[in-house]
Design a binder for this molecule. Structure first.
Ligand code: ATP
Ligand code: MG
Length: 433
C-alpha cells in the first residue's frame, strides 16, 4: 500500500519538536520489550511542520501491561480501553494496537458499535480514518512507518480515507466532520471519492451520539481554518442536518469565525466552550432577535438555544454563560449609562460578553460608533465598583463557589435555564425543518 511513499520527500522530524515526556514513555515501553510509536495527528503535524496538539502513542503492550509499567497511569474507556499516563498536569494517551471491526460483528450495517479488538501494528494503521492520520513514527530509529500511503497523500495535500470511503464513513459518520476539519485546517483538498461519499452518507450523521458530534463541532470551531470548515459544513448540507434551526447570515459567521481565530490563536484549546457555542449561534441569534422588543432578552435567547442544548446535551453552565453573553450584546450596543450598566460590569459574564462583542461585531451594520462604545465599556469595566446593597454594603463578587463536599453550585446571574436543567439527549431533527 505504501510502495510510492517516500519519507525522504519530507524534512527529517526534529527531535526537539517531540515532547520529552512522550519520548520517556516510548523508551520505557521499549525497555520492557514492547514496540511503541508516536501515531496519528502528531506524526502528520510533525511532518508538515506544524506544532502537534498532543502526542498519542500506540504499542503492542496491553492496557494492563502499560498500567503496570507506569505508576502514574490509569486505564480509561469502556468501548475503547486505553491508558492515560500522567506527567504533572499533562496526560498522554497510550493505546494498544487494534484491529478493524470484524465484518461478522457488523452484519449488513457497517456502523461501528464495538471497537476494542486488539490487533497487529498494520491492522492498527488500517483501522484509522484518513491516510494522513495513519502514520507511525519510531522515535528511537527515527523512522516514519507508512502502511497506508499517508506520506504520498501528505505530499499531494489530500485527505483520503483508508480503504473504501463509503464504508469508512458508514462505519462512523463523525468522520465526515473530521474530514472537513482536516481539509480546512491543513488547506488540503478532499479526495473526490471521499467528497462523493460525504454527500451520500451525510444523513447518517443523525446516528452519531450527540455528545461526540458536539465535541467535534467544538473542535471545528477552535481549529485553524474554522471559517472554511463551516463553509464546507454548509455546502455539504451537514448544517441542515445537525443544526437546522441555526440560520447564520454567512458573511457574519465568516467574520465571527475569522475574528475568533485571530483573537485566540496560540491558546485555542483554552477557549471556553460557552464562547464557542455563542460564536456558532451568535450571528443567527442576533439577527432573529434584532428587532424583537422584549424586557427579558435572556429568556428570548434561551428559547432559541434550548432545542440545540437539549439535542446535544450541552453542559448547563455553558448554555447559561452563552445565553448571558448573547443577551448582553443589546446592552453593549449603547455606551454605558446609569445603574443598569454598572450592574452589568459586575457580572461574571461581563468580560466574556465584551469578548463576544468583538468576535461578533456590532449588532447593526450601520453602528458607526461601535469602536468607541466598546472602548467606553472597557473603561467602565475597569473602574466599576460592586453595587451597594440596600444597607450600603458592597456584596462580594459572585464567582464559582464550591459547597462543602466539593459539589458545584449554580453560577451568578439570572438562572433562566428552566427546562434546560433537565437536558436530555434528543434525536437529531428530521431532514426538513
Ligand atoms: P488533532 O490534531 O485535532 O488532535 P488528530 O488526528 O490527532 O487531530 P484525534 O481525535 O486526536 O485526531 O485522534 C488521534 C488519531 O486517532 C487520529 O489521527 C486517527 O488516527 C485516530 N482516530 C481518531 N478518530 C478516529 C475515528 N473516528 N475513526 C478512525 N480513526 C480515528
Ligand atoms: Mg490528536
Amino acid at each position: 500500500m505504501s510502495a510510492d511513499s517516500d519519507p525522504a520527500a519530507f524534512p527529517a522530524i526534529d527531535r526537539k519538536a517531540i515532547d520529552p515526556d512522550a519520548c520517556k514513555i516510548l523508551s520505557r515501553l521499549e525497555e520492557f520489550g514492547h514496540r511503541a510509536y508516536l501515531v496519528g495527528g502528531c506524526v502528520r503535524d510533525l511532518l508538515v511542520g506544524g506544532a502537534p496538539k498532543d502526542f498519542d502513542i500506540s504499542t503492542d503492550a496491553r492496557p494492563r501491561q502499560i498500567r503496570r509499567i507506569f505508576r502514574n497511569s490509569r486505564v480509561i474507556g469502556r468501548r475503547f480501553r486505553l491508558v492515560h499516563v500522567r506527567f504533572g498536569p499533562r496526560i498522554f494517551e497510550v493505546s494498544t494496537f487494534r484491529a478493524p471491526p470484524a465484518e461478522a460483528d457488523q452484519g449488513d450495517d457497517p456502523y461501528i458499535t464495538r471497537d476494542n479488538v486488539f490487533g497487529t501494528e498494520e491492522q492498527d494503521a488500517v483501522r484509522r480514518d484518513f491516510t494522513i492520520n495513519g502514520l507511525f513514527y519510531d522515535v528511537s530509529r527515527r523512522k516514519v512507518i507508512d502502511h497506508v500511503g499517508g506520506l504520498r497523500d501528505l505530499g499531494q495535500r489530500c485527505v483520503r480515507t483508508i480503504g473504501d470511503s463509503l464504508l469508512r464513513l458508514r462505519e462512523d459518520p463523525v468522520r465526515i466532520l473530521r474530514a472537513m476539519r482536516f481539509a480546512a485546517r491543513l488547506r488540503f483538498e478532499l479526495d473526490p471519492e471521499l467528497t462523493a461519499a460525504m454527500f451520500e452518507v451525510r444523513e447518517d450523521l443523525r446516528r452519531s451520539p450527540p455528545p461526540r458530534v458536539l465535541e467535534e463541532l467544538y473542535k471545528m470551531l477552535s481549529s485553524h481554518g474554522a471559517a472554511r470548515c463551516f463553509e464546507l459544513f454548509e455546502e455539504l448540507g451537514a448544517r441542515e442536518i445537525l443544526l437546522p434551526e441555526v440560520h447564520n447570515p454567512p458573511e457574519r459567521l465568516r467574520r465571527a469565525l475569522t475574528e475568533l481565530e485571530v483573537r485566540t490563536d496560540g491558546r485555542r484549546d483554552r477557549v471556553p466552550q460557552s464562547m464557542l457555542l455563542a460564536t456558532l449561534t451568535g450571528p443567527w441569534v442576533l439577527s432573529v432577535l434584532k428587532d424583537v422588543q422584549t424586557d427579558d432578552r435572556e429568556a428570548a435567547v434561551q428559547e432559541l438555544l434550548f432545542p440545540i442544548a437539549r439535542r446535544f446535551v450541552v453542559a448547563r453552565r455553558d448554555v447559561g454563560m452563552a445565553r448571558q453573553c448573547l443577551a448582553a450584546q443589546w446592552s453593549l450596543r449603547h455606551p454605558p449609562h446609569g445603574r443598569r450598566s454598572h450592574r452589568l460590569t459586575y457580572l461574571e459574564s461581563f468580560r466574556p460578553a465584551l469578548e463576544l462583542r468583538r468576535i461578533l461585531g456590532p449588532l447593526d451594520d450601520d453602528d458607526e460608533q461601535a469602536a468607541e462604545t466598546l472602548e467606553a465599556w472597557e473603561e467602565h469595566g475597569r473602574h466599576a465598583a460592586p453595587p451597594r446593597d440596600p444597607e450600603g454594603r458592597r456584596p462580594r463578587r459572585r464567582g464559582r463557589r464550591r459547597r462543602r463536599g466539593g459539589r458545584r453550585r449554580g453560577r451568578g446571574g439570572k438562572d433562566l435555564s428552566g427546562p434546560a436543567s433537565e437536558v436530555r439527549p434528543g434525536p437529531c431533527p428530521p431532514a426538513s425543518d
